[in-house]
Design a protein around this ligand. Structure first.
Ligand code: ZN
Ligand code: ZN
Ligand code: FE
Length: 751
């Protein structure tokens, strides 16, 4: 039969995800000869075979691609037959810059899980089972190139059985770097104070038994340690909160399987299942159906994830409670512990036992957090399973490092125009997070072979940010980008719409403005290419105590309500705003330590305070989240609203605050007031948008983590409303926007 040849180029995330061995297996199936190799931005395949076989091969390449592959485009061209006899995996030519892409960590695949629970399999109950379709990647890489010696598996030479699989192109474990088995690989150990050390599967059974008995167990996972306990055991949950110094911030849950997860939350669509089951296995937030005392106080949502490490599956199979609290192991808001000695030290007194795997973790990776809003997943925290994937491309050939913000810090490194987003790092006011940030900069630069000296550094314009100081210490040229412009640019960068005229809407808690005041309710026009001009904003208020007062909704209330006349005494019922409110009013009356702000986040805090959230917040954004959940509890019928007029380039909050005070005094339902406030904010944005023509309304900033607000804006603006998809709307997405603006600010860009 006549043989033809084709050259197939596939772009996207196809390196480090088992694509070449997969191609090799397909070639066998269809009697194709030729080769596959990694290219600059994907894989190249040269294929010879009959026309029918070539067509079937090309179809299967797309339809059966490995789970972690993300194919962006394919390109098929006829080529000259070379009469090759075999199909081989070729090494790629070394390019000037090794653009080796490290894949993110992948959840255990179905094939591995079948083996894990098959008593006849060599890897029966082996917690480090993996293959090219699944298993750790970024969390085990210590150096490049990505081979066994450059991973934390280097200390475990493969046995003959594993080596045979590793070298067999027809095998699922062909070139699976972390391949191991009970004979040659690492295992788990349980350290409990009273008991002797237990190893192997007995350790997992013992840990499951302790969990059932109400103990708190530190469990080493993929990107760090978790603290686990029985979610249905209120005493265990309370003990965990107390020992961890974590007052109210919700804990994430791990459910033993999808059916169990569905009993915990009431998701409204298939997008929930898809997110839960995605290879990143993030924590997915959804409205709660079940109630667990102390897990998510005052919260209408639960964060649920499914098992992703083989160890998790084994724990459940060994009898662990079917719903576990599984929270990052750390004290308060420090970064997650990932080093064994460090974990033992810092978690002593919190954990009753440690279930510790031998395989070291190369870098810390928190669980990612996703929320489904209006049927589309929105990433709230980018960590394990996503990092260090490229999130966008920018037109820049120069290596560029964007440092993000000080809260929810995350970095972005641009190499050859690809924006690689780091994992969530944490709040830089903690020393350990600062150290983690510096380590991540070194790490990313090492992986992508960038010398810090050749970088252009982009940082926030806040003169007192830790990240700004860090930028100065890197010894590279640096440029500052205003916080809210970076938020807006992060959405643009995801879509590559650099020259699209738009209306940018940046709503968040805080950020340093051009005029040195605290911004957070800003409207911009322009393009990323030519720059953004601030054209409108929330009407100003005073913030007594400045950013330091951001923990106190009643202080924000004092500032915003000071702009209104004829208020009732809000220290009295039903408001009862308390001492701190009165003290803040005093500061304003005497203009002491008061700072001007246009922050929408503080307006949310103000309304939350008026509706009963009068205590200090125990984590950032808590009052706004509380208010959203209150609003979500309202019946949507009729959806009343408040006036939020746009005049003289300002959104004036005074009418709505006056109405809220009156409604509350008249004992109107708090849920109804909260809902009407959300509608008013959406109407306010819509009113502003009507002044700027039919351009995209580009919304970013922490306030847009609010699912209800996003839904209301989608209702009003339809496809005109653009939101973040690949990076968080909160400060975790800032670095991408900085990278986009930095690429254009740094000199003439080419298109
Ligand atoms: Zn697998
Ligand atoms: Zn082995
Ligand atoms: Fe922000």
């Amino acid at each position: 039969m006549l043989r033809r040849a084709r050259l197939i180029r596939i772009r996207g995330i196809v390196q480090g995800v088992g694509f070449r061995p997969f191609t090799h297996r397909l070639a066998h199936r269809y009697a194709i000869s030729g080769w596959v190799k990694n290219g600059g931005d994907g894989v190249e395949i040269f294929a010879e075979g009959t026309i029918g076989a070539l067509d079937a091969f090309a179809d299967a390449l797309l339809s059966e691609a490995p789970p972690a592959a993300r194919i962006a485009s394919t390109d098929v061209a006829d080529a000259r037959c070379e009469g090759l006899a075999e199909f081989e995996i070729r090494e790629s030519r070394p390019s000037s810059r090794p653009t080796v892409r490290i894949a993110p960590d992948l959840a255990a695949c179905d094939a591995c899980l079948r083996e894990l629970f098959d008593p006849a399999d060599r890897r029966y109950r082996y917690p480090y089972i993996n293959c090219t379709d699944c298993g750790p990647r970024y969390s085990i890489v210590t150096s490049l190139p990505y081979d066994r010696a450059g991973t934390t598996m280097a200390a475990w030479p493969m046995c003959d059985f594993c080596a045979a699989e590793y070298h067999d192109p027809a095998n699922r474990r062909f070139h699976a770097q972390p391949v191991a088995c009970p004979v040659c690989g690492p295992t788990y150990v349980l350290w409990a104070s009273a008991a002797a050390e237990v190893r192997g599967h007995d350790a997992i059974v013992a840990a499951a038994t302790m969990l059932r008995a109400g103990s708190i167990v530190a469990v080493k996972g993929i990107g760090g340690y978790h603290l686990a306990c029985d979610a249905r055991n209120a005493d265990a949950v309370a003990a965990l909160r107390e020992r961890k110094f974590r007052k109210e911030r919700p804990f994430a849950l791990m459910a033993r399987d999808l059916a169990t997860a569905r009993t915990l939350v009431a998701p409204d669509d298939d997008a929930f299942d898809a997110a839960l089951l995605s290879t990143a296995r993030p924590i997915v937030l959804a409205p709660a159906r079940a109630v667990f005392a102390g897990v998510a106080p005052d919260n209408r949502e639960l964060g649920v994830m499914l098992p992703y490490a083989p160890l998790h599956h084994l724990l459940f199979a060994a009898g662990a409670p079917d719903v576990l609290v599984l929270t990052s192991a750390n004290r308060s808001s420090e970064p997650i512990a990932y080093d064994d000695a460090d974990a033992r030290r810092s978690l002593a007194g919190i954990a009753d036992a440690f279930l510790v795997g031998d395989r070291p973790i190369a870098r810390r990776l928190d669980d990612s957090v996703v929320r489904i809003s209006a049927g589309a997943p929105a990433i709230l925290r980018r960590g394990r399973g996503y990092a260090p994937m490229a999130v966008a491309t920018v037109p820049s050939t120069r290596p560029l490092l964007a440092l993000g913000g000080d809260l929810k810090n995350a970095l972005a490194l641009v190499v050859d125009g690809q924006v690689f987003a780091s994992q969530h790092i944490g709040d830089l006011d903690h020393r350990s997070a600062r150290e983690a940030c510096i380590a991540t900069i070194r790490d990313l630069c090492a992986i992508y072979a960038v010398r810090p000296a050749e970088l252009l550094v982009v940082h926030d314009a806040h003169p007192e940010y830790v990240s700004t100081a860090l930028a100065g210490e890197l010894g590279a040229p640096a440029i500052a980008v205003q916080h809210h412009r970076a938020h807006v640019a992060s959405v643009i960068a995801e879509r590559g719409a650099w020259t699209t005229p738009l209306l940018g809407v940046a709503f968040d808690g805080t950020g340093y403005g051009d005029d040195g005041t605290i911004w957070g309710g800003e409207f911009f026009t322009g393009t990323v290419k030519d720059g953004f001009e601030r054209v409108a904003h929330l009407r100003r208020a005073q913030l007594p105590g400045g950013d330091a007062a951001a923990r106190f909704p009643v202080a924000a209330a004092a500032g915003f309500l000071a702009e209104l006349d004829d208020l009732p005494d809000l220290t009295q019922a039903p408001f009862s705003l308390g001492e701190r409110y009165a003290a803040a009013r005093e500061l304003i009356a005497h203009d002491v330590r008061c700072f001007a702000t246009t922050s929408l986040g503080r307006l949310f805090d103000t309304v939350a305070a008026l509706l009963g959230f009068t205590r200090p917040m125990s984590f950032e954004g808590q009052a706004a989240m509380w208010l959203e959940h209150l609003a979500a509890a309202a019946s949507p019928a009729g959806r009343p609203t408040y006036a939020f007029p746009f005049t003289a380039q300002e959104l004036d909050y005074r009418p709505l605050l006056r109405a809220i005070v009156a409604d509350r005094a008249a004992a109107r339902e708090a849920t109804q007031i909260a809902a009407a406030f959300h509608v008013a904010v959406a109407d306010g944005v819509t009113a502003v948008s009507q002044r700027y023509g039919d351009v995209p309304v580009v919304c970013s900033g922490g306030v847009f983590q609010n699912g209800l607000l996003v839904e209301l804006l989608r209702e009003r603006l339809g496809a005109r409303a653009w939101f973040n998809a690949s990076v968080p709307a909160n400060d975790g997405g800032l670095a991408l926007g900085q990278a986009g603006l930095g690429a254009f600010a740094s000199g003439p860009a080419s298109f």
